[in-house]
Design a protein around this ligand. Sequence first.
Ligand SMILES: [Ca+2]
Ligand SMILES: [Ca+2]
Length: 178
Amino acid sequence: MRLACLAALLEAGACGSSTAPSSSIPPTIPAPLHGEVTDPSGDAAVDARVPVSPDLVHATADVSAGTVTFVIQFVPGTFNPQTTRVSVVLDTDRDGTTGIRQGNGLGADYGLDFVAGSSLAAVTRADPAGCAAGQSCFNAVGSVPITMIANGMQGSVRLSMLGNGDGRFNFQMRHTCS
Ligand SMILES: [Ca+2]
Ligand SMILES: [Ca+2]
């Protein structure tokens, strides 16, 4: 996946913030998980193709009932519902040696490509063997709808589309331009 204009790099683990389940919750039902990352405002790289570069400032990932929901927000006035794209890579097994190695050691097993103009986010699965052979590193496994929100967008993906993990994963997010 070519990253046209790198404006922000966020990373976080969607785990750790939940408290121990109370005795009224059966232990077989995982507590909801929440991950949150922030990025400085005013650091968006200038891109000549768009009048205003989207400036990513905040993203959350919430896992509940077998679904992970990403909410991505920009500095007011910088999100463009026609051209803004956000690429997310997910290390769903939290193992840097599996998937596609990222610069910081994260081993991306799945990807999400939020394309605001299409109102869809493509879901992709890493193909380390194909990638090593010079072919595609991520292959499409489906897509999910994007919902526009104030100054951003959100989308939800069933964990069954992401290898049926337990909902604990590390992720990185990059703003790109379409
Ligand atoms: Ca930013
Ligand atoms: Ca991995």
